[in-house]
Ligand binder design. Structure first.
Ligand code: GLN
Length: 236
């Protein structure tokens, strides 16, 4: 199980997800506290953020452990945005360890991370005709979501449709998805832990990034929707 985190709210740096909190993604890459599958997340990492200079998000992915990238701390200190996403990866059995298999996956303004594992046969027919960038299950899940988003579904509706269909076809599937578009964020809890905390925005993460008391566990099989209008958690 990988670990992921995202922020939507007043502009912050990527370091606020990774390096600054005591249990940020740097620490979660080698010592996650609530991870049920896999022990460390050393098979790569990725970050994405939005900058007014570009229509599409900026993305940086590597197929090395997060702690091994000596250039990341400075980059994360200056990459500042009102919408941020970061993930550290523990590749599922049989999945390639390469950049193209590493979250966040991207399409136009959308970024997506998958925390879990699902049979590829359970998502293949949802992903349309084009081949995703990687044979990794998460790349197929991302392609299925992006296809629906392009067809006009909201981010929340696209996640819901994919998770429900794939979850029905693969009852063992773990489908915690986290997606954003710069102005809104959506996440599912389906088989793994998910938490959120409200501040001058909302922080959503596989597990708390620090020991503040305000972290709320999102119930399994729920959808989190966040935008400038507020945050909602609803059953899937
Ligand atoms: N199945 C995905 C992969 O192999 C996600 C893995 C995870 O959540 N550990 O990358």
């Amino acid at each position: 199980m990988c670990r992921h985190a995202a922020w939507l709210g007043a502009p912050r740096t990527l370091a606020s997800l990774i390096h600054e909190p005591g249990q940020g993604l740097l620490r979660q890459s080698y010592a996650p506290r609530l991870q049920r599958h896999g022990m460390i997340n050393a098979d790569g990492f990725g970050v994405g953020w939005y900058d007014p200079a570009r229509a599409e998000p900026v993305r940086y992915r590597r197929a090395i452990p997060l702690w091994a990238d000596a250039n990341l701390p400075a980059l994360a200190q200056v990459a500042r945005s009102g919408c941020l996403l970061a993930a550290v990866r523990s590749a599922s059995d049989g999945m390639p360890v390469e950049e193209s298999a590493t979250a966040p996956f991207a399409d136009g303004p959308w970024l997506l991370s998958h925390n879990g594992r699902v049979a590829r046969e359970a998502v293949r027919e949802l992903a349309g005709d084009g081949a995703p960038e990687s044979p990794c299950d998460s790349a197929w899940v991302a392609a299925a979501v992006f296809l629906r988003r392009r067809a006009g579904l909201t981010l929340g509706a696209a996640l819901t449709e994919v998770v429900r269909h794939a979850g029905a076809k693969d009852p063992e599937g773990r489908l915690n998805l986290l997606a954003c578009d710069g102005g809104s964020l959506a996440a599912t809890a389906w088989g793994d832990t998910l938490f959120l905390i409200l501040d001058d925005g909302v922080l959503v993460a596989s597990e708390p990034l620090d020991d503040r008391p305000g972290w709320q566990a999102v119930p399994d099989r729920s959808l989190v929707l966040a935008s400038s209008g507020g945050v909602r958690v609803q059953p899937l």
